[in-house]
Write a protein of this length. Structure first.
Length: 388
């Protein structure tokens, strides 16, 4: 379908009756977003000009809302979290009372429970809890969407600001690990497209799926859940497919491939709702760029000025399109000082999360890696914020 006919899609939608909630919702025009003109941008550091305030905060999505994990986060000064998800009531959705319990558990430590993950995750179509949505199978997907609607309502009732989700068929794709002896034999998760082709792995149960079919399935879902998100004032934050790949890899053309920036623009412009946006993973985005250090900045600016960044995954890589390693925040190709400044300039105010931390043989590897990343990001944010 031609993009120009999709941008104002929301305005053409009629009332959608949500059978699981028994409520009809009409999409309005209050969410219209305008972008800033690049010609009027002021240069940071101009004499006499006050720098913008630092509004973002370090967050976390690993672990849970257990006492042990919350104490670990509080000890490291992390007071905003994605709590995973409440208990699932089979055939219904999330347990409302369990969501309240999670929120109360966080509040005991001064931690704000800001987000959950919908059961549209990066585990791949064969393992995801709601497979028929991205397989495009009706009527099975309609029942799954009703559960998603119920989950959005639980999030809204318990004060959860954002719901992170994925619209993918392939699992996260990697070809191995690379050992770095200069960082204590840390292991970097690695992707090499040529190596992947040599493996000649089979297609998924979805078979061949074109880019237009991917977008049809995405819009079928969003047409039915954005009205609910607007009613309950919950942001829907989509994570791009990881990694971006050449078109048709193992039968699938990902929605953000092969040009990751154009894919982000196409997805962003499907709706003009303030509840439609991104869990903007800068690591995954960088994986689709030839020069991540410079090419990531206009993406942050474009999405940020549209106020469609609801969450940030901040991890660094070495390399880029078709060949990269996931490394520590201080030894990759992207400059995190410049990135934090770019996020500040667009007024980003939500969580910045480390993720995909490198591993090593020490049993405490995961906690060590997160502790390092938390401190690194908190230091950057504090230092840059002090300039304001």
């Amino acid at each position: 379908m031609i993009l120009e006919n999709r941008i104002n899609r929301r305005k053409a939608l009629t009332s959608i009756v949500k059978s699981s909630l028994g409520v009809g919702v009409i999409l309005g025009t209050a969410g219209t977003v305008t972008t800033a003109c690049g010609n009027t941008e002021k240069q940071e550091g101009t004499a006499g000009e006050a720098k913008k305030p630092m509004l973002m905060k370090v967050g976390c999505q690993h672990g849970s809302t257990s006492k042990e994990n919350l104490e670990f986060l509080a000890r490291h000064g992390v007071f905003n979290v994605d709590g995973g998800n409440p208990k699932v009531i089979e055939g219904v959705g999330w347990d409302l009372e369990d969501s309240y319990r999670k929120k109360e558990a966080c509040e005991k430590y001064g931690i704000s429970l800001d987000a959950y993950h919908l059961p549209l995750t990066s585990v791949g179509i064969e393992k995801v809890a709601t497979p028929n949505i991205m397989l495009g199978k009706s009527p099975e997907r309609d029942r799954e969407i009703e559960m998603i609607q119920q989950m959005i309502s639980v999030a809204g009732k318990t004060g959860i600001k954002s719901l992170n989700y994925n619209t993918i068929i392939h699992v996260i794709l990697r070809t191995g690990r690379t050992i770095d002896p200069t960082r204590g034999n840390a292991e970097y998760s690695t992707w090499n497209y040529e190596e992947a082709l040599k493996r000649n792995e089979p297609k998924t149960i979805a078979g061949d799926v074109s880019i237009d079919e991917i977008y049809e399935r995405i819009t079928y879902l969003l047409d039915r859940i954005i009205p609910v998100a607007e009613e309950y004032k919950v942001q829907l934050a989509n994570h791009i497919a990881d990694p971006p790949t050449p078109a048709g890899f193992r039968g699938i053309t990902r929605w953000n491939s092969p040009d990751v920036f154009e894919g982000i623009k196409r997805f962003a412009q499907l709706y003009d709702s303030p509840y439609h946006g991104f869990n903007l993973c800068l690591g995954s985005t960088a994986e689709g760029l030839k020069n991540p250090k410079t090419e990531i900045l206009p993406i942050i600016k474009w999405v940020g000025e549209r106020k469609q960044i609801f969450n940030i995954h901040l991890r660094n890589i070495k390399g880029g399109w078709n060949n990269f390693q996931e490394v520590y925040p201080d030894n990759g190709d992207m400059d995190f000082v410049t990135i934090i400044k770019a996020l500040r300039e667009v007024g980003y105010s939500a969580m910045v999360m480390p993720d995909h931390i490198p591993h090593h043989e020490d049993p405490a590897s995961g906690l060590q890696g997160h502790a390092f990343a938390f401190g690194y990001l908190k230091g950057l944010i504090a230092a840059i914020g002090s300039e304001a």
